[in-house]
Ligand binder design. Structure first.
Ligand SMILES: C[S@@+](CC[C@H](N)C(=O)[O-])C[C@H]1O[C@@H](n2cnc3c(N)ncnc32)[C@H](O)[C@@H]1O
Length: 228
């Protein structure tokens, strides 16, 4: 127990630097240097977002999971695909800005295709309307992926397909979350998609900031792209 606490303490400064609003290049450098220890560190933090998002998609998806093609945006080392695979999904395409995170995802053997792509810097290099499910977990937050990218995610999704997104509920992410929810609702008003589920979860991940105790809360959003 003492060892776990010490390790968590050692990790805090590192993790907190990921939440800062830095340039995209600095963000990618940060993830390049974290890639090797990412899975073990987030396990220690009891990071539940990948399994919560996978379960949310699974509880609404009624198509053929084996045939469905999933776009895992900001895929990192592949934790979301790992959870979705357990639930029967079989085809994954991953995109991320960090080459080192992509290398780990490649090693997982879960993805048919992996591409390096900076989100928020132009179009996504994937085909419009071609994915049954698009997921973005742990990346829609302050200093990571700009809110405007959610329109691109919707465009990548097949009519009738699902877009699953997550964000953190804590002080430093409050403004971002508000802007995100404004955009999600505006897109619904624009007739692009319909909201299927919004679930707030209390024990999302262990808090690392000195202003927070226990667990940070988080939220999973699931939207269904409307027929054109
Ligand atoms: C917290 S990790 C989440 C990874 C994975 N989805 C998970 O839940 O374990 C955030 C990922 O987003 C990527 N990322 C952050 N901002 C990005 C951006 N603007 N463009 C591309 N990738 C970005 C990072 O490289 C990193 O792999």
């Amino acid at each position: 127990m003492a060892d776990t606490t010490k390790t968590l303490e050692n990790m805090k400064a590192n993790i907190l630097s990921a939440h800062k609003s830095t340039t995209l290049a600095e963000k990618v450098d940060f993830y390049n240097s974290w890639a090797e220890n990412y899975d073990q560190d987030v396990a220690l933090l009891e990071y539940r977002a990948p399994s919560l998002a996978a379960n949310c998609v699974s509880s609404h998806f009624s198509g053929d999971r084996g045939a469905a093609v999933v776009l895992d945006v900001a895929c990192g080392t592949g934790l979301v695909a790992k959870q979705m695979k357990k639930l029967g999904f079989g085809h994954f395409v991953g995109i991320d800005g960090s080459e080192a995170m992509l290398d780990s995802a490649r090693e997982s053997g879960l993805y048919q295709d992996l591409k390096q792509c900076m989100l928020g810097e132009g179009a996504l290099h994937v085909q419009c309307g071609s994915f049954d499910v698009v997921v973005i977990v742990g990346a829609l937050s302050i200093g990571h992926v700009p809110v405007g990218v959610v329109r691109e995610l919707c465009k990548c999704t097949k009519p009738g397909g699902y877009v699953c997104m997550t964000t953190r509920i804590n002080q430093d992410n409050a403004e971002y979350k508000e802007a995100l929810e404004r955009e999600l609702k505006q897109m619904e008003a624009d007739g692009l998609w319909t909201c299927v589920e919004v679930s707030e979860v209390e024990d999302w991940v262990r808090a690392v900031s000195e202003h927070e105790d226990g667990y940070i809360h988080g939220v999973v959003y699931l939207y269904k792209r409307l027929q054109l």
